[in-house]
Design a protein around this ligand. Structure first.
Ligand SMILES: [Zn+2]
Length: 91
């Protein structure tokens, strides 16, 4: 083995999960922060959970809202011409 090319090894690096769970692993950094671990991952818990770190769910819902507003506008425009057909689709 070559000398002085190996990073410092922490045999008890502390892993902290966003769910509050902590455990120790061997790593080259003393502390690790994770968003999901074996205690809270849906695969192990069997429950659904949304992990929204970058506000992506919010962004998506905003887009849906905008799309609905656009649809409403378009439907109001077209109501004069074909009101009966569009109203049936809406409900
Ligand atoms: Zn966790």
């Amino acid at each position: 083995m070559k000398k002085d090319i190996h990073p410092k090894y922490y045999p008890k690096a502390k892993v902290t999960c966003s769910c509050g769970n902590t455990f120790e692993v061997g790593a080259t950094v003393p502390e690790i922060h994770v968003e999901v671990c074996s205690a809270c991952h849906p695969y192990y818990t069997g429950t659904q959970k949304f992990i929204d770190t970058a506000g992506r769910v919010d962004k998506f819902q905003e887009r849906i809202k905008k799309a609905k507003e656009m649809q409403d506008k378009l439907q109001k425009k077209g109501k004069k011409e074909e009101s009966s057909a569009k109203n049936k689709k809406e409900k």
